[in-house]
Design a protein around this ligand. Structure first.
Ligand code: ADP
Ligand code: MG
Length: 696
């Protein structure tokens, strides 16, 4: 091993460590649990817990924690010491199988959307042996699912695991039709995490960044991203030091951080790990986000993970690269032979059908207060979902949908059998950066998720929708009677593609024409979170989630409530911060500067009555108009904010925030921003975009 490879995985209780440290029958039983999802018996758990504790203490741990993903926020943990006093002034270390398998965090303050009354607040967390435990800052963190005692999921991991089980089950049914029987089919995910780095000192001087994670005010900088000099540009030393430390720490956690580079916007960067199964990939991403925030502070920096920290500058997303596969093959790989291509076409068709049927649910899954500022901007996909397949594949799919033989005569022929995709050149899936859901060779890239969110939601909905489409296909094939499988499969594909081709779009997703065209096609277009969330509780989506065993109706309704509540709370924080900053940070200095100019005019004209001071008078008038506009902006915002707060129904409140408060916030911002370029620099009370974006 080189020094580089030695660093890798040192802080995780990995499969490799388990094999070394566990008695071999324990290891085998655990491996079986992990592979097949079998329940773990207590003896095995005790043995694993002991080995885990010894290992963790050797790696500096003093505490253990069940590490879980509540419905809001990113991750949660409560630390318990390994030490246990024995009564004579000494202590031993203790960590039982029971403590490993199940924890009882006092969870009364976690959001649950009415699933539990607070008096019966004790949910429990259950060990997820399919993701590695790790030592972080002297704590053994154990990835866990979090449920109520009545069995409802209170976290994001549980439904994700259920959706992955649904994919596994349905993919196996479909593969069986092709005579294949893999032990397991899993979902693979690679997340590309975008983020900004700014100076800690500047951050501390901006209430909006501290309270909301984004700037609520700020005129455009003198220089933005128009020179395209930042993208893939040389990484500056402070940032580089941060990235090196981040890589080191992540490699220790067996997070395969692979690619790092500067992004399009100044001060923006990206990190992409090597993909792995979705459950672990999401745990890794959450850990990565946490480490980014922590390690930035070692370098005098703050890591902003908000989707749109700066108006007029590119926002941050988290491209979610998604595929499904067994140990032997990637099911989204077109393959080299016609037989493989029929299989590929089945899976492709099911993804297309799923994304079309459940576009509203997918849109809902990426809706967040922050993402509202990003989607539909000119740097991120629009809020309308469509699929990009690349020219060659699109042609084939369109021909199939139209009932033609691919690239051949227009006659519908059932006997062309399986020779559907003669040779498919993967590299022709040329990139379309404007597509929200693009096929990129052997995976789909879902580009709508925002940088700050847990992508468990998006993956859960995607997996569930695709599992349903696969189920429909398998059901139809199993009921096909005497018809040969290939013939039945092909006609199913044709029918399905012709029903769902409206979701395919290869053009410019940013353009105005696409919006009009999408509306003509009947695709849903939810511009804000408030508009997108009701899809969660649409009957067809409740039916889907319960049919596939992913979320019960009660779970869906509670999650919808939690999402609404979170949106409303964030909007309330933003509106409040804005009113305060406008009144207490900006108005006093703009007025003071106006007064200074007024005094200057008086002093000079007293001394020299002939001095016209026209320019100064005009400047003063502009400043006074600006002050008026700000006062009016504050009044309007305060009035609409009060109206929103008075709404009793959470959905009405969200609608009011999205459609009345948000525009008032924009107007107030514009009034303040208009003053920034004319007020003397020494008066301006906060770091400007020039300072924030070009300091690091
Ligand atoms: P880009 O050019 O968009 O940055 P890359 O090919 O570098 O794309 O991959 C981006 C992410 O996609 C990485 O995290 C990578 O590991 C992941 N990825 C690659 N292949 C797959 C796959 N088959 N399934 C899921 N994710 C994948
Ligand atoms: Mg990408």
């Amino acid at each position: 091993m080189t020094d580089l490879t030695k660093k890798y995985g040192t802080m995780v209780f990995s499969d490799h460590v388990m094999k070394q440290r566990l008695p071999s029958d324990t290891y085998k039983k655990l491996a079986k649990t992990i592979k097949e999802g079998k329940p773990l018996d207590l003896d095995v758990a005790n043995s694993v817990a002991h080995a885990m504790k010894e290992w963790a203490i050797e790696h500096g741990a003093t505490h253990f924690a069940h590490w879980f993903q509540p419905l809001t926020g990113i991750t949660s943990e409560k630390h318990d010491a390994f030490l246990d006093p024995v009564g004579n002034g000494t202590a031993i270390t203790k960590f039982s199988g029971k403590e490993l398998i199940q924890g009882e965090p006092d969870a009364s303050s976690f959001p649950n959307g009415g699933l539990r009354a607070t008096f019966e607040a004790r949910g429990y967390s259950a060990w997820d042996p399919t993701s590695y435990a790790f030592v972080k800052d002297e704590v053994l963190c154990i990835p866990t699912a979090f449920c109520s005692y009545t069995g409802e999921a209170l976290d994001k991991k549980t439904p994700l695991l259920r959706s992955m089980a649904a994919i596994d089950e349905q993919c196996k049914r479909v593969l069986a039709l092709f005579g294949k029987h893999p032990a397991k089919v899993t979902v693979n995910v690679g997340t590309e995490q975008e983020y900004f780095l700014i100076s800690e000192k500047d951050y501390a001087r901006r209430q909006d960044l501290m309270m909301c994670g984004r700037t609520l005010f700020g005129a455009p900088p003198c220089k933005g991203q128009e020179l395209d000099e930042h993208y893939f540009g040389a990484i500056r030393p402070t940032v580089n030091d941060f990235m090196k430390e981040l890589d080191d720490v992540l490699w220790g956690f067996a997070v395969a951080a692979k690619t790092k580079h500067n992004e399009v916007a100044p001060a923006q960067h990206e990190l992409a790990p090597v993909f792995c199964n979705a459950n672990r990939a999401i745990d890794e991403n959450l850990l990565t986000m946490e480490m980014m925030k922590l390690l930035a502070s070692h370098h005098g920096l703050v890591c902003l993970q908000h989707e749109k920290p700066f108006e007029g500058i590119n926002g941050s997303g988290k491209h979610n690269n998604w595929s499904i596969g067994s140990e032997d093959e990637n099911l989204l790989d077109p393959g080299d032979t016609p037989e493989e291509n029929l299989q590929f076409l089945v899976f492709l068709t099911c993804v297309i059908a799923a994304v079309d049927d459940y576009q509203d649910l997918l849109r809902m899954s990426v809706a967040s207060c922050g993402n509202d500022h990003r989607l539909g901007g000119h740097e991120a996909p629009p809020a309308i979902i469509s699929i990009f397949l690349g020219d060659e594949l699109s042609d084939i799919i369109e021909a199939l949908a139209a009932g033609h033989e691919a690239g051949h005569a227009s006659r519908e022929s059932l006997d062309f059998g399986v020779a559907v995709l003669p040779t498919f050149d993967r590299d022709t899936t040329d990139r379309n950066r404007t597509s929200p859901f693009a096929f990129t060779g052997n995976k789909f890239e879902f580009r709508m998720p925002g940088s700050s969110v847990n992508v468990a939601d998006a993956n859960t909905m995607l997996d569930t929708a695709v599992a349903k489409a696969l189920k429909d296909f398998a059901d139809a094939m199993e009921a096909r009677g005497d018809e040969p499988f290939e013939v039945a499969a092909l006609s199913y594909i044709r029918k399905s593609l012709s029903e769902h081709k409206r979701i395919l779009f290869s053009g410019d997703g940013y353009s105005e024409e696409w919006h009009e065209e999408a509306h003509r096609r009947g695709l849903c277009d939810f511009t804000t979170t408030a508009d997108a969330l009701p899809s969660f509780v649409a009957q067809k989506n409740i039916d889907l989630l319960s049919e596939m065993g992913v979320l019960s109706e009660a779970e869906v309704r509670s999650r919808y409530e939690v999402k609404l509540e979170k949106y409303n709370k964030l909007m309330n924080i933003e509106a409040t911060t804005m009113e305060r900053m406008a009144r207490r940070t900006y108005l006093p200095v703009i007025s003071a500067y106006a007064t200074k100019i007024a005094k200057g005019i008086t002093t000079v004209t007293d001394a020299m009555p002939a001095a016209g001071m026209q320019h100064e008078r005009r400047e003063l008038a502009t400043l006074l108009d600006g002050v008026n506009a700000i006062y009016e902006g504050i009044d309007t915002l305060a009035e609409l904010h009060a109206k929103a707060k008075a709404c009793e129904c959470a959905q009405d409140q969200a609608n009011c925030y999205a459609h009345e408060v948000a525009p008032a916030m924009e107007a107030l911002r514009a009034a303040v921003d208009a003053m920034e370029p004319i007020v003397a620099r020494e008066y301006w009370p906060v770091p400007t975009y020039d300072d924030l974006l070009f300091y690091v």
